[in-house]
Design a protein around this ligand. Structure first.
Ligand code: NDP
Length: 273
């Protein structure tokens, strides 16, 4: 039976999700389609009614609707209630169930590369929506502590309170404090939006070494300045596209209840850059 899927958000023109999911459908011989719909802020309710009318089977949600979408769900998966935001929805006869695959997507590259998180000291740059899913991931995998460094200290403090609630030792600092040195961390993650369009790295990465895991969740360009600086120190690199791929793989598995064709999806994603 043919099924239809979508991604909604604004802006949406450059979304890579249609490429990734269409490649998966082809690879698995599924008669399904995946389209990007622009739904501006303030028009989410009508947008969802429209998707229900055309009997969409499932959809992804991106900026700016990930939090607002929560109030239109009939059922909420644990991943979604923990993070307080939704990026994947199933539609079963008009009943919408929400999931958040960002946490699994973030953790996927660690699993694939057999990189350990348990008992590590983490530096997280940024305290926005994506950072919240990342904190949940580090709590799940039992990191020993997380330092949240952000431009706005208040936002870092709020996120560190969330971390403590889910039993992860956390402290909050201003990003300036680690601008010139980031010593003594096992894992450093950039979850700020800094790096897009070739902006300079948010911190210098001085003090890291070849055992430090450096993960940039910004994925355009693939080689951000942050990643380039980490490469100069021979650090272990995880690219933003790997998280993007991981969350799409998990969404595919939720919708189709079968293992996702990882290689075909990766090839389609990298072809889109
Ligand atoms: P938010 O808008 O929720 O958060 C943005 C974060 O970046 C905040 O911590 C903000 O700090 C910080 N920031 C913004 N501008 C600056 C600046 N000039 N200097 C220092 N800090 C700054 O965004 P998201 O959390 O949703 O997304 C963050 C990035 O991650 C985006 O680039 C997005 O594309 C990417 N992303 C990648 C994913 C993937 O699959 N690879 C998945 C989700 C997101 P402040 O609190 O002070 O405003």
């Amino acid at each position: 039976m043919s099924k239809s899927f979508a991604v909604i958000g604004d802006p949406i023109d450059h979304s890579l999700s249609p490429n990734i999911h269409s490649a998966a459908f082809r690879e698995m011989n599924l008669d399904s389609s995946y389209i990007a719909y622009r739904i501006p802020k303030g028009e989410l309710e009508e947008g969802i009614e429209g998707l229900k009318k055309i009997k969409i089977d499932g959809f992804n949600i991106t900026i700016p609707h990930k939090i607002e979408m929560m109030k239109y769900l009939d059922k909420i998966d644990e991943s979604c209630s923990l993070i307080g935001a939704v990026n994947t929805v199933t539609n079963t006869n008009g009943i919408l169930k929400g999931y958040n695959t960002d946490m699994d997507g973030f953790l996927e590259p660690f699993k694939k590369k057999k990189l350990n998180i348990a008992n590590t000291k983490v530096l997280l740059l940024g305290a926005g929506g994506a950072a919240r899913a990342i904190v949940a991931g580090f709590a799940k995998e039992k990191a020993s502590s997380i330092t949240i460094a952000n431009r706005t200290l208040e936002n870092a403090k709020n996120l560190s309170e969330f971390a403590k609630k889910i039993r992860l030792n956390a402290n909050a600092i201003k990003i300036e404090e680690v601008k010139d040195t980031a010593k003594n961390f096992d894992i450093i993650v950039n979850a700020t939006s800094v790096g897009l369009k070739d902006e300079s790295s948010p911190i210098s990465l001085e003090g890291i070494n070849e055992k430090t895991i450096v993960y940039d969740i910004v994925y355009i360009p693939i080689n951000t300045d942050f990643i380039k600086k980490a490469k100069e120190k021979n650090a272990i690199i995880i690219y933003g596209y790997e998280m993007l791929l991981g969350q799409a793989v998990r969404a595919f598995e939720i919708w189709h209840d079968m293992e996702a064709p990882y290689s075909a999806m990766k090839k389609a994603l990298l072809g889109g850059f």
